[in-house]
Design a protein around this ligand. Structure first.
Ligand code: FMN
Length: 316
């Protein structure tokens, strides 16, 4: 009898201890995104696009942002068989811009935005256009993706492009409602691999301004990227010929010289070891490394200023 009592007491104690331990609040651990320059923004009503967005963000290690309509879509709103439903009215009205209840904070910090949405009646939901038109996406790389029953992405792209005409648009892709996770991650790798070969983004810090440059797809720009992956490169640059700032890199890169007539914003490799930022024209045999995005000649000369200047080149 005593033995039975002891077992009962012990069981109650063990149960109480387990119950207590499960009532402990879970420590909240928020892992900061490892890629702070990429955002996965998405709109999703029934969860399919959201699942793809989460796979992309987890694979890259970047943040997600859900585009939330100010007025949520009820089931009856989504009834595309009813020509009077909200979705049919919105999708047939090219000017409809359903309000968003939120926009990403610090949108300027993102260089690349994966943009996800479901296909609605052959196109992107109009709220995606609202989102694009409310943000300044000038020069940003936008990689669209959609989910759908069967319709591809192509039919939705033209409207998207005109809502953010100054962005750098990729063609994007479609996933089915029951997508395979590795199809998504393979596609993301493909998108990011474009950057590995060339066409990557480099940042130029000069006189308190950060300029963005799109780099060439050649072995010289690729070798420069390898150097930048090790550390930022700071170069003391001086004016030459009233058309460029030039400075010594301190190392040599492979040359891909050809006859080039420069324009303001061109980044050029001269004699294999000197980097130049052009603010005017010159014709010579040298290697294109890249070009500063969306900048006029007068903006560039204002930023570079007169005389010697210290310039930092970086991938971040
Ligand atoms: C209003 C509405 C319209 C749709 N129109 C299409 C269409 O034109 N083509 C298609 O393949 N699928 C269409 N679908 C299916 C959705 O694109 C698909 O279920 C999508 O994965 C939903 O994404 P979500 O779960 O992120 O909202 C439509 C669904 C809804 C609700």
């Amino acid at each position: 009898m005593k033995k039975l009592l002891l077992i009962c007491v012990l069981s109650i104690l063990i149960f109480a201890m387990t119950a207590c331990s499960t009532q402990q609040p879970e420590p909240s651990v928020t892992t900061p995104p490892s890629d702070e320059n990429t955002l996965v923004a998405y709109f999703s009503c029934t969860g399919n696009t959201e699942k793809v967005a989460e796979v992309i963000a987890e694979h890259i290690g970047c943040a997600t942002f859900e585009i939330v309509p100010e007025q949520p879509y009820a089931d009856s709103d989504l009834d595309y068989t009813d020509s009077n439903s909200r979705v049919c009215k919105e999708q047939s009205d090219a000017l409809a811009r359903p309000a968003v209840s939120n926009l990403p904070e610090n949108a300027h910090q993102y260089d690349t935005v994966f943009l996800g949405y479901p296909v609605w009646l052959g196109k992107a939901p109009r709220i995606i256009l609202t989102f694009l038109e409310r943000l300044d996406l000038n020069g940003k790389r936008i990689i669209p993706f959609c989910t759908s029953g069967s319709t591809g992405i192509t039919g939705s792209l033209e409207e998207l492009h005109s809502s953010a005409a100054n962005a750098r648009w990729e063609d994007g892709t479609r996933f089915g409602q029951n997508f395979i996770q590795t199809d998504v991650t393979d596609w993301v790798d493909e998108m990011l691999a474009i950057n590995d070969k060339g066409g990557y983004t480099m940042y130029i810090y000069v006189n308190g301004t950060r300029l963005t440059a799109t780099m060439e797809d050649n072995s010289s720009a690729a070798a420069l990227k390898e150097k930048l992956q090790q550390s930022d490169i700071t170069v003391n640059m001086s004016d030459y010929g009233n058309f460029e700032k030039v400075g010594n890199l301190g190392f040599s890169l492979p040359r891909n010289d050809e006859s080039v007539t420069t324009a303001a914003g061109d980044i050029i490799l001269y004699q294999g070891n000197q980097i130049t930022i052009y603010y005017d024209t010159n014709t010579w045999n040298f290697t294109r490394l890249g070009k500063i995005d969306n900048i006029t000649q007068s903006q560039l000369t204002d930023i570079l200023g007169q005389g010697n200047v210290t310039v930092r080149f970086s991938l971040n």
